[in-house]
Design a binder for this molecule. Structure first.
Ligand code: CP
Length: 310
């Protein structure tokens, strides 16, 4: 099985299999290395930089007794460019058990999967998807708030090109949430296909320009980088100034039980001065990535049976 897009995962699998296993991985990670994936090898092939995705997968397989190696490719600086499909077939020939791929163009993971025996894990493909980010995001919401059903979630920022929000919206479409507020400049709206998926799933959604309009109503405020060149350009074209960041005023509007999430790395949309507020969950979210990715590797390797937790 390849991990290519968020919509391949269903609520029953998340809540019945992945999330409980991730809970158990949190315990395992705390108490040291295990051998459940002894002898298994992960290759990471990255065409864009990464801290969280790469390090958490490397740590995940190491904690389970396996090994990781890989290469960082700068697609603009290659003296001898090579087809993605050729590289993937060569890596397959070296007997790896998992191929973790971050690609700079949408569709890269699907291209790799078409020629790969080893499970391809999409670690982000350009403006496409980042499905394991969505898995850890959904797990974080479930862990922090105790459920996914009935929640209101706001996704904020560049909703056309931000792969984390695309994947999370796709995953939540099938998780019984009460509704999704998309907060973005008019030039960077949520993609049409996601609106169709939400409509088909019966999930209500709104499109807005100002996070202050939704802050008091949501259970989850999910921010993304709001100060990229693309977002600045989009904002300049808006008749009324949008607002895609949190500050002390937005934190005041938020419910005491709400959480603020961010896939990181962040910009000024989530000032570090707010980190002391327990509702800011971004570092717990990043840590959960280790446990979700440990669980995912076990499930992909079909090595999940563990002694039942007591
Ligand atoms: N959230 C995320 O994907 O971070 P990295 O780019 O550091 O992997």
């Amino acid at each position: 099985m390849h991990v290519l897009e968020a919509r391949q995962f269903e609520r029953a699998w998340l809540q019945g299999t992945l999330f409980p296993l991730a809970d158990r991985m949190a315990g395992l990670a705390e108490f040291g290395a295990h051998r459940l994936l002894e002898g298994r090898r992960l290759f990471w092939l990255f065409f864009e930089p990464s801290t969280r995705t790469r390090v958490s997968f490397e740590s995940a397989i190491a904690l389970l007794g396996g090994t990781a190696t890989g290469i960082q490719v700068d697609p603009g600086a290659e003296l001898v460019p090579e087809r993605l499909e050729d590289r993937v077939q060569v890596i397959n020939g070296y007997g790896y058990d998992f191929l973790l791929l971050r690609y700079h163009e949408e569709g890269g993971a699907a291209r790799a999967a078409a020629v790969s025996r080893a499970p391809v894990i999409n670690a982000g493909d350009g403006a496409g998807e980042h499905p394991t980010q969505a898995l850890l995001d959904a797990y974080t919401i479930w862990k922090e708030l105790g459920r996914l059903e009935g929640l209101r979630v706001a996704l904020v920022g560049d909703l056309t090109y931000e792969r984390s929000t695309t994947s999370l919206a796709r995953l939540l479409a099938h998780c019984g949430v009460a509704g999704i507020d998309f907060v973005s400049p008019a030039l960077l709206p949520v993609r049409a296909e996601i609106k169709h998926e939400l409509a088909d799933a019966g999930v209500a959604f709104r499109e807005l320009r100002d996070v202050r309009q939704v802050a008091a109503d949501v259970d989850v405020l999910y921010l993304t980088r709001a100060h990229t060149e693309r977002l600045r350009y989009a904002q300049r074209s808006e008749r009324e100034a949008g607002h895609y960041a949190v500050d002390a005023h937005v934190m005041q509007l938020l419910r005491p039980s709400a959480i603020v999430m961010h896939p990181l790395p962040r910009g000024p949309e989530l000032p570090p001065e707010l980190d002391a507020d327990p509702r800011v969950a971004c570092f717990r979210q990043a840590r959960n990535g280790l446990h979700v990715r440990m669980a995912l590797l076990l499930l992909l390797a079909d090595a999940s049976p563990l002694p039942a937790s007591r």
